[in-house]
Design a binder for this molecule. Structure first.
Ligand code: CP
Ligand code: NVA
Length: 304
């Protein structure tokens, strides 16, 4: 059974297929009469709404589950919650603190599991990001993206997705918030062209896309002061954008902490594509779900 816990659960050709599904004007009703459970351990505006609409557009019925309702590993084990929800739903999406939680769900192998954000990855966001860049530039082969700030869940997934589509990926952030060796090895294994820069100004030079995310992710609130200090000099503001190309666009997964990692003038400025990117969360989610249903039917037939 195919799950979607991180972008490289798919190969590069499969990511390209999902993006084609995302752009279909007629939606396949391949969730007709089926349910998808959406469990959230953390807050969400974009992910919850885009997923609910995506499931609906495919003919299915989404059920949002608040953290206190299921109490993963508190009221019941992750495994038992997964088994139970699989009795009613043909897919489960989960936004979790620990990535191991979605891995445990996937190990049950009852229904496809979709990662709605974990401490390690945000693969649905990355699909929307590459879709947005494709709409902007067409073929992404040979294009470049610079991510400024925290080498976090959003960046890990984004780096794989944009690298898969042939983009050169650059990173600039404080040394203690760079990717770990194993993440860099994973990018290397995926064939991604990746470079780290000390200077954000150098990193954005002649790049097609500048991307940033919050310095303090959900669950890291107690580190806020220390992070605020560490990320000084890594704000995406007009001055930094002026070091990039004339046609460089700005992306942010949102929510933005305006005045921290990015200024109002950049989020609201002419180079910003953040609202198109937010809308693309729904199209990308629909594409992924439709693809995943078809793929699992195909693979099921092969096993018969
Ligand atoms: N970008 C994103 O995942 O937003 P939410 O946290 O609002 O879902
Ligand atoms: N890195 C952020 C992304 C939010 C969509 C977080 O994990 O909180």
């Amino acid at each position: 059974m195919r799950h979607f816990l991180e972008v490289d659960d798919l190969d590069a050709a499969e990511v390209a297929e999902v993006l084609k599904f995302a752009s279909m004007k007629e939606f396949p009703k391949n969730l007709d009469g089926k349910g998808m459970a959406l469990i959230f351990e953390k807050p969400s505006a974009r992910t919850r709404n885009s997923m609910e609409m995506a499931v609906f557009q495919l003919g299915g019925h989404p059920i949002y589950i608040r953290p206190e309702e299921v109490g993963l590993d508190e009221r019941e084990s992750v495994e038992d919650v997964t088994k139970t929800l699989s009795c009613f739903h043909s897919m489960i999406g989960a936004r979790v603190f620990k990535h191991s939680t979605v891995e445990r769900m996937a190990r049950e192998n009852r229904v496809p599991i979709v990662n709605l954000l974990s401490d390690e990855a945000h693969p649905l966001q990355a699909l929307a990001d590459v879709l947005t860049m494709q709409q902007e530039f067409g073929d992404l082969e040979g294009r470049s993206i610079t991510y400024i700030g925290d080498g976090n869940n959003v960046f890990r997934s984004l780096a794989i997705a944009s690298g898969f589509l042939g983009m050169e990926v650059r990173f600039s952030g404080p040394p203690e918030y760079k990717l770990a060796d194993q993440d860099r090895e994973r990018l290397e294994f995926a064939g991604v062209s990746f470079e780290e820069y000390t200077s954000p100004e150098e990193a954005v030079k002649d790049v097609d896309v500048v991307y940033t995310d919050v310095w303090t992710s959900m669950g890291q609130e107690q580190e806020k002061t220390q992070r605020y200090k560490a990320f000084e000099g890594f704000q995406v503001n007009e001055k930094l954008m002026n070091h990039a190309g004339e046609k460089t666009v700005f992306l942010h997964c949102l929510p933005a902490h305006r005045g921290e990692e990015v200024t109002d003038e950049v989020v609201d400025g002419s180079t910003s594509r953040v609202w198109i990117q937010a809308e693309n969360r729904m199209h990308a989610a629909r594409g992924l779900l439709a693809w995943l249903v078809e793929k699992n039917i195909e693979e099921g037939k092969k096993d018969e």
